[in-house]
Design a protein around this ligand. Structure first.
Ligand SMILES: [Zn+2]
Length: 160
């Protein structure tokens, strides 16, 4: 990468932030999984597995047939290593956000139903209707948050 001034770098990163839809929700799910894992690894003295985060990435592509899909990677011992949400490139921001929320629900619900607590195995049990419900509620909560001007002032705007 070419040498950039701090201002050029800030502009470059800012451009990426506007393309990072649902970033707070993704981070919250990563934190949730890590907390679950930490609780689990503290509970069991035998077979203690060191808690490590599961990064969730978003990849926009036209190489998928469905609008969105979730791909999970595991270690040889079937421990969840990372999650990738593929989203079709051509979708609107609105649809992209709802679909990201829907795929996050698959990850959460499958993980919470795993036979071993703490997301170490994923059971493929999540139902489409449940994931739609999760996405609708989560997106509505975001909508209500942004509708409230004082939230914008407290959380989004900077004091000069
Ligand atoms: Zn689904």
């Amino acid at each position: 990468m070419n040498q950039k001034t701090p201002t050029q770098l800030a502009n470059h990163i800012y451009k990426k932030t506007t393309n990072s839809l649902m970033a707070h929700s993704i981070k919250a799910v990563e934190n949730f999984i890590l907390e679950e894992r930490e609780v689990y690894s503290m509970d069991k003295n035998k077979n203690t597995i060191k808690a490590f985060p599961v990064p969730i990435s978003i990849i926009k592509t036209d190489r998928i047939t469905r609008k969105a899909s979730l791909k999970l990677e595991f270690t040889k011992k079937n421990i969840l290593l990372r999650a990738v949400i593929f989203i079709k490139k051509s979708l609107s921001h609105n649809e992209t956000r709802v679909l990201i929320a829907h795929e996050l629900a698959h990850l959460l619900l499958d993980g919470l139903h795993s036979k071993t607590p703490g997301f170490f195995q994923i059971e493929n049990v999540s139902k489409e209707a449940d994931c739609d419900e999760f996405a609708e509620v989560l997106c509505q909560l975001h909508h209500k948050f942004y509708e409230n001007r004082s939230n914008i002032e407290n959380y989004c705007l900077f004091q000069n």
